[in-house]
Write a protein that binds this ligand. Sequence first.
Ligand code: HEM
Length: 533
Amino acid sequence: MSVTLSLIIGGVILLVFAIRKYVKRNDDYWKNKGVPKITYEHSFMASMINIFTKKKNLIEYDVDSYNHLKNNERFGGTVDFGVPSLLLKDLDLIKQILVKDFDSFVDRRKVQMESEPIFKLMLSMQEGQDWKNLRSLMSPTFTTGKIRRMFENFNNCGVDLVNFIKSKPVGSPGSRDVVVKEAISRYLVDVIGATAFGMETNSLKDPNSVFYKMSKRSSDFSTLKMLKIILMMILPFLSKLGLRFTDSESSDFFESILRTALKNRVESKEKREDFLQMMIEARKGELKTDESELDAFEKDAQLNKPGDGTGKPKINLTDDIILAQSLLFFLAGLETTGSVLCFAVYLLALHPDIQEKLYQEVKGVIKEENGKVDYDGIARMDYMEKFVAEVLRMYPPGTRLERRAAKEYQIPGTNVTLEKDTIVFVSVLAMHRNPEFYPEPEKFDPERFSPEAKAARNPYTYLPFGQGPRNCIGMRFALMEAKVAIAYLVYNFIIEKCESTPVPIKLDETIGSRPITSLELRFKERVMSKREE
Ligand code: HEM
């Protein structure tokens, strides 16, 4: 072996041991505080090896930790790659932290984004008062009234989605095997392009759409990319050296397109029904919420004192801030809604009885609305509501909710005091799969979300969009765009497994919260008699 090679190998071994020592520095943190430490923990080495060898994906660690807590334990300490974090299990404590004591837990884990100035300005990255000011300004953009005004865009993309599937090569008569992820992602890119920036991105119509290609790049989480992200979480200084969390080519592409769109909109003074327009109105203090439109989830999310009461924004919405929120709108909805839709279509294929019930409901409502899919029609579909809720229970894209203590915090009813900056988290996936809350959790059953079943359950057992003031701002938008796609698909096709469809579902091996990208299903065109139509 040459001297250089020996030096390199020696250097690598030393580096790995140095990182290991750094990561293990807090191993006794919880024991010293008298907090039950979850003995099953994220060992740095084991996690890295498991991710690389694809033995275990990231989200399984939280479920293991949750299941490791004893019945009477309300919370337990873990050490995530060297950072002490508290896993919350008790539902009252979860409510206390997410909603009642929100002022002590405004922010999430700090992420260093030195080399990504636009990402740093996104709502999800903001902290403290800056976040409150921005969130109050943005909240009115996602209310029912605003989504209703955007609805025509959903409809146009629904029609294009059906045509996209029909454009695929026919296998057996009238049926096509389609890669679901591609069809769904193209639909979402077009919906978001139109509703966020008034752009026709043409992903469904143009197989070579650059928007689709770039969005695919932005959501590619290969094993290597995940390891880079984990490394940047462990060693935050890497971002100061120019390493980026995001894919630079796609981020730069979207940033430049959005910058031009914003400039053109401001200069032309043209008015449209899209997110960009609302942000421009917000800049002038002209964007308002209609309080009567808010449901319990959104009332829980209201901040105590939004704005300063004068209607004038408390922050200066610069072009960069608007640009950052537009990009966030684009990215936040792609992977999340995309994975929900892929699971939804897969579950329909596996459960023909549920698909038939949904089809009958969709057909009935479309008939009542004179052949149209419209906002009120979708909102009236009760079975659709239950179906989507159950998909989100089984496969929540946001598997973990995190908050960071803004100050010292004594956990109510205990002597345990959390230090400022301690991370507390909720394993959404583990709760959704807890048989105590959801008997036979592996069974797909939309009736779990009947009004009676819901009323009998603690609402904090179900948190696909988080809860409290820092919940998902795009929930209504996401649910509507997902339901419209499902309605168009079941109305036009019978969805079935095909030879290549994996049963049970195969999950993405790195992240674990989305299906494999190659998932294929069979779409058979429905033949409707004139009387049925
Ligand atoms: C089915 C689709 C979606 C799911 C399941 C989902 C889920 C979530 C979850 C779990 C959170 C964290 C909430 C918390 O910490 O309490 C979140 C935050 C967020 N979501 Fe979504 N989301 C979805 C779609 C969308 C869409 C379409 C948008 C944009 C229009 C969006 C924008 C955001 C933003 C901006 C935040 C951060 C909010 C803040 O920090 O104030 N999401 N989402």
